[in-house]
Design a protein around this ligand. Structure first.
Ligand SMILES: [Zn+2]
Length: 308
């Protein structure tokens, strides 16, 4: 159950003036999530966006309620406030409607390739992603579990602008090919759920880590196939790396959770100060209030926007 918040529906006058913070409850939040949250709240402050909290629990085999609870507890502990919220596991019918629309236009098909054959029979992109070669396109397999449901991706150049990283021109057919919308277990994929949510929730600005930059072209393509011709604006921020391993902070790397720091009675202002220092937003390590941290991140974003 979602905890009640100030508003559960959108005001019409906001429409595409929404920004979202969208953590997935597959582990506890860590400093990398806090960085993302600060960018989201800072952009919202700068551009007067309405903030939407989305719990991305599309992967039901990995999402857990205790992690959802902890997301709320962590955000509230820092003092973050938001205007509306949603949870992907409540939105099955919305995704189903969008899938039917694609099916009606003959844009999806079933695939029974195993994980093993996928990686053996298809080329992969430089970052190790399988580029699916339409192996099952003409087999007329049922579009139900245990088959994967895939989108027909024609070769198309997608042009888009990142507010920090600049102009991109990418072809999803060469990045991933016919990507999955629903997996073998009948679960919605990240790529599908996030696009439907961004459309339905009128997200006009997407702020997220640059590890998701590669998903942008295919998401714009899927949006356009569903009738949205004006994509949102994008801002992909830099990531935090573990100084010991050099790897991106992640749940899988067992990065220290914000929850653990909260339990150890470390003050949120201390964590915010530490993060601002790491980001070179302050010269000396000190405690910082949430409002001041958001202000510092807003100034950094403003700098990027002025360069564009
Ligand atoms: Zn296949």
């Amino acid at each position: 159950m979602l905890k009640p918040n100030k508003a559960h529906h959108f005001r019409d006058d906001f429409m595409t003036h929404n920004i979202r913070f969208a953590p997935s409850p597959t582990g506890y939040l860590h400093e990398g999530h806090l960085l993302s949250a600060l960018y989201v709240w800072a952009m919202a402050k700068l551009k007067n966006y309405h903030i939407h909290l989305r719990i991305e629990d599309h992967d039901l085999s990995r999402a857990r309620n205790e992690y959802i609870d902890s997301i709320y507890e962590d955000l509230e502990w820092f003092g973050f406030e938001w205007d509306s919220e949603s949870k992907q596991s409540d939105r099955h019918e919305i995704y189903e409607t969008a899938l039917k629309k694609l099916n009606k236009e003959n844009l999806i098909y079933g695939c029974h390739c195993s994980r093993k054959s996928l990686s053996m029979e298809n080329p992969s992109s430089p970052d190790g992603e399988v580029i699916y070669q339409k192996h099952c396109l003409n087999k007329a397999l049922p579009i139900t579990s245990p088959n994967t449901i895939r989108l027909k991706v024609e070769s198309t150049l997608i042009q888009w602008n990142d507010l920090r990283l600049g102009f991109f021109e990418e072809n999803p057919a060469l990045q991933c090919g016919d990507f999955a919308l629903k997996d073998r277990l009948g679960q919605w994929t990240y790529q599908f759920a996030v696009v439907i949510d961004d459309m339905e929730e009128n997200i006009g600005m997407i702020v997220r880590g640059e590890d998701l930059r590669n998903s942008t072209a295919r998401q714009i393509l899927l949006m356009s196939l569903l009738g949205k011709t004006t994509p949102p604006l994008y801002f992909h921020h830099s990531l935090l790396y573990d100084p010991q391993t050099g790897l991106k902070l992640s749940k899988r790397q067992q990065s220290q959770s914000l929850r653990a720091e909260r339990m150890n009675a470390i003050a949120p202002e201390e964590i915010l100060g530490r993060l601002c220092f790491k980001q070179h937003l302050i010269k000396n390590k000190c405690s910082i209030s949430l409002n001041d941290a958001i202000l510092l991140f807003s100034k950094q974003i403003e700098g990027y926007l002025q360069q564009k």
